[in-house]
Design a protein around this ligand. Structure first.
Ligand code: GUN
Ligand code: ZN
Length: 435
């Protein structure tokens, strides 16, 4: 790591809060000609280039022409072992799991496959500007070891966990309540809090865990500080009916998790499409978060996430790609799909809101705002250099954009991995496009 300070000069944008609560005008900070100064991986200054260069005339400056620097994207729900099932035809959730996903996950009993998949997955994340993700492994402990080791080698801030799954799945993919507890505990002791790594207790979803396993998941959360809880919730109608059959004594889907003490401020529930008011209120009361995964929800035909309802109930929402149910690693594409999903429900996501969901909201959901999610002084220098002329069409359209708001909208509608010029993690360049 470089010891001397380095300055990045570019247009720079970051979120200051949720546009829905603070008002759009107060929700961001934008420097048309900005300077971001970094020392030993930490942001030391952010401001107008002219003013900061006057104060630090001898600083080394990296100039980014026709670019926009934003915080690294945060993907709050993704499965690294499902990279190989992205774009699998024809099924909705439960058949998709059985026909595509479980066979692909079974291959992670092989450690070499885990290592190679983890490296490819991280390459894809970084090439899409995603610097932090909340990641599902498989039921195999070694899948998570491989992922953490690959992430640690690259000094990334990542959260992951071993799937806990002791029923209603193929035999070669099930653990037991006891073994899942022991394996998870060993992973926690080895990796949770190591460098930039964190552990998430990861029961797959209510139908694939016995009550005993869910109870042990809750026990793990009570035994260590700052663990995450990561699972799926209320994604698909058949899934919801199945949960009601399996847990008839619980009043709704969320109540299954609630009963086993799995609702904490560090709990992230993926999808949460078909929730009733009672479930929304409970999520808000527990300060738990939901991951809105729009490309997955449309691809698997799961339904339209109700962002307005979540806002009304003050539930923390962030964005997830849900690879391989989702169809793109790109958080720009995910913002585009979120916009379309909300259009179908009759309202528009402002580009600053979409951008907030992909950055600061992720850090809020993960309780990491002191470290990532914006470009405030004192936080870690995880950021992306977006190319405002990434393709001929983006360039053509961008020349007609009259404001940063419009530029942002063009990027989220037309952009994908081609719009990522460079990705930085802890001040170091970890991806650079060839063009
Ligand atoms: N519910 C349970 N497992 C999964 C999964 O792997 N993907 C999605 N989208 N939903 C799930
Ligand atoms: Zn998922």
């Amino acid at each position: 790591m470089k010891n001397a300070a380095i300055a990045h000069r570019s247009a720079i944008l970051h979120s200051l809060g949720d546009p829905h609560t603070s008002g759009v005008e107060n929700s961001y900070e934008y420097f048309e000609d900005g300077l971001l100064i970094i020392e030993q991986g930490i942001i030391t200054h952010l401001g107008d280039a002219s003013e900061l260069l006057h104060r630090f005339p001898n600083i080394e400056v990296l100039q980014h022409h026709n670019k926009l620097i934003v915080p690294g994207f945060i993907d709050t729900h993704i499965h690294y072992p499902q990279t190989g099932v992205i774009a699998s035809y024809g099924e909705q959730l439960l058949d998709w799991l059985e026909n595509y996903t479980f066979p692909a996950e079974a291959a992670f009993s092989d450690e070499k496959h885990c290592d190679a998949s983890a490296e490819f997955f991280l390459d894809e994340l970084l090439k899409n500007g995603t610097t932090t993700a909340l990641v599902f492994g498989t039921v195999h402990k070694s899948s998570v070891e491989a992922f953490f080791q690959a992430a640690d080698k690259r000094h990334l801030r990542m959260i992951a966990g071993k799937v806990m799954m002791d029923r209603n799945a193929p035999e070669n993919l099930t653990d037991t309540a006891h073994s899942s507890y022991v394996d998870s505990k060993e992973l926690i002791q080895k990796y949770h809090g190591k460098n930039r790594l964190h552990y998430a207790v990861t029961p797959r979803f209510a139908p694939t865990s016995t009550p005993e396993q869910l109870q042990l998941a809750g026990k793990l959360l009570s035994e260590f500080d700052d663990l995450y809880l990561h699972t799926h919730l209320s994604e698909n109608k058949k899934e919801i009916d199945w949960v009601a059959q399996l847990f008839p004594e619980r009043k709704n889907y969320l109540d299954v998790y609630d009963h086993y003490d799995l609702l904490t401020p560090r709990s992230v529930f993926a999808h949460a499409i078909h929730l009733d008011d009672d479930e929304c209120q409970r999520l808000a009361a527990c300060q738990s978060s939901v991951a809105f995964c729009p490309t997955s929800n449309t691809f698997l035909g799961s339904g339209l996430f109700n962002l307005s309802k979540m806002q009304r109930h003050k539930v923390q929402v962030a964005l997830g790609t849900d690879i391989g149910g989702g169809t793109s690693f790109s958080m720009l594409q995910t913002m585009q799909e979120a916009y379309k999903v909300c259009q179908l429900s009759g309202h528009q996501i402002n580009p600053f809101k979409a951008f907030y969901l992909a950055t600061l909201a992720g850090a809020q959901a993960l309780k990491l705002t002191d470290k990532i999610g914006d470009l405030k002084v004192g936080t870690e220098a995880d950021f992306v250099v977006l190319d405002l002329a990434a393709t001929p069409l983006i360039n053509y359209r961008m020349q007609r954009a009259r404001s940063i708001e419009e530029q942002l909208f063009v990027l989220m509608i037309l952009g994908d991995d081609r719009a990522i010029a460079e990705t930085y993690s802890f001040g170091e360049c970890v991806y650079q496009s060839n063009s």
